[in-house]
Design a protein. Structure first.
Length: 182
């Protein structure tokens, strides 16, 4: 390559970088005008109210009829909170889509284990693409699993009673944080 070709390649790469910055800025812009999507929406991922997942409005459960949520996984974290008069630990998964969605599930549920095991197997680069979260009913009426898709690929990640959840959790959180750093 001569210096002219190098200069042209560098100029093209700089234009591409500028376009990527504009694209990211457009994705992160809030929706303008009148709408009903202010703030985030918390989605409860359990089968306590007879649904796979639901929202609460004035303590009333409202089923989510859509079977999947697709967006950018922005954060995974554990939080202590009070539910039904008891202190419990929950996993909160933040998904950026048409608005921010926060998926909440018990820290030791199959839904949480499914999502953590799947995300722990990914690279940060894979999270530059949207992920699809799909609740999956278990055969027991209380069990809810989570299927994770990256683009059109189902992420297969098995676990069992011997799985080290502290390490799997740390790995999944580290992958999300590394992806968010870019």
């Amino acid at each position: 390559m001569n210096s002219q070709e190098n200069a042209e390649l560098l100029a093209a790469l700089m234009r591409q970088e500028e376009l990527l910055k504009q694209l990211v800025a457009a994705i992160n812009k809030p929706k303008l005008g009148l709408h009903s999507e202010a703030g985030s929406s918390k989605i409860y991922c359990n089968r306590h109210n007879g649904y796979l997942w639901y929202t609460l409005n004035n303590s009333e459960a409202s089923a989510i009829t859509q079977t999947a949520l697709t967006g950018y996984l922005r954060e995974l974290k554990f939080e202590k909170c009070e539910r039904r008069g008891k202190e419990v630990h929950k996993l909160l998964a933040t998904i950026q889509a048409d608005r921010m969605y926060i998926l909440e599930s018990g820290h030791d549920t199959h839904f949480t284990k499914s999502i953590l095991a799947a995300i722990a197997t990914l690279t940060p680069q894979q999270l530059y693409s949207p992920v699809t979260i799909q609740p999956q009913a278990g055969t027991d009426e209380n069990v809810l699993f989570c299927r994770v898709w990256v683009e059109s690929e189902l992420v297969i990640a098995s676990y069992n009673d011997e799985s080290n959840w502290r390490e799997i959790s740390k790995q999944a959180i580290a992958v999300v944080r590394a992806a968010a750093a870019f």
